[in-house]
Design a protein around this ligand. Sequence first.
Ligand code: PLP
Length: 406
Amino acid sequence: MDPHAYKQDFPILSQRVRGTQPLTYLDNGASTHRPQSVIDAQIQVDTECYSNVHRGAHWLSDVATDRYEESRDRVQQFIGASDNREVVFTSGTTASINLVARGWGDKHLGENDEIVISEMEHHSNIVPWQQLAERTGAVVKFIPIDQTGHLDLEAAEDLISSRTKVIAFAHASNVLGTINPVADLMRLANAVGAVTVLDAAQSAPHMKLNVTDLGVDFVAFSAHKMLGPNGLGVLYGRASLLEGMDPVLGGGSMIHSVSVDGYVPAAIPTRFEAGTPAIGQALAFPAALDYLDAVGLDAIHAHEQQLCELAHRQLAEIRGLTILGPEPAQKTGIVSFVVDGVHPQDLAFALDQQGVAIRAGHHCAMPLHAKLGIPASARCSFYLYNTEEDVAALTAAVRKAVNLFS
Ligand SMILES: Cc1ncc(COP(=O)(O)O)c(C=O)c1O
């Protein structure tokens, strides 16, 4: 793993912040950057093969349609799905989870059925279930986290019962970085016949993900968090479940036929891709997956853990600073922290003045912050192009900011 070499592949990272400071980009949990190969793929799409898909009667539309379906095949291969019909293109993780909540949930949940999620979820994996509960009379229950930032599995076992119809959880937390024990949760889900939904927004970019091995029913992730284009996401769904789902959006492309009497939906996955999809993004996405495969997901995960270890060691020496969540060996490349007497927003502002980009706030995880008893935190999140020098820049900037504020 040579992050310095990878960094060279990302033109945006060579910029200077406000023309002066080198950019230390540590906000990869929010969105990652695109290497030159993905930028080139986007340009190639626009200059050679862009057209609408699945509706053309001409050569260029056929080229675009073939490439669109090839992208679906590439995603299928990347996540180890057994059938390309199980890959639905969406606009992102949020859209993917909403699609399950509406398309599957509205049909299968009723009064007093239970939806089990966890306290560490992103709002995208909370609110769609709360809305589903509002529509159906179902109840949302939360698996608590323990002191170390892990799910309390004993509590989960007590919570999950024959009333549980769906269990939706993050593969990795976007705040704590905690990697959740999918196999344990699958065992609990299978024991009661619950459908499982895995929010892989923070895992698919950082570790090997094989949906068949995991055995989950639905998996959601976003291209923009894994070197890919913005505006594209994926919903993996088990074919037998997708086939039983109603389309959520109606319109062009998602139908088999329409008459004045009604409509017949198309087969899966087209049924869930109403309207003109994110064509350019879908066509360029394989270039991102190729890049990730060339570096290797295992190597990326190991590299991020090394950076986390270094960051933990260095940040822990700063007076009043507390790191949230588990030890580096149990998480992805995320380090969230709070500093006594310094608001995370002020800290992020001070870091930005030194060219270090982190995120501050509740990171779309207000229930988690409420549980931790803090309104907000500062988060740095690593990726394959981050280096030990980036960690040193982070530590120096935090130290300087803390001295300034105290
Ligand atoms: C764990 C998790 N789930 C869902 C999302 C939502 O992803 P998107 O905004 O791409 O839909 C995010 C984004 O930060 C996330 O970290």
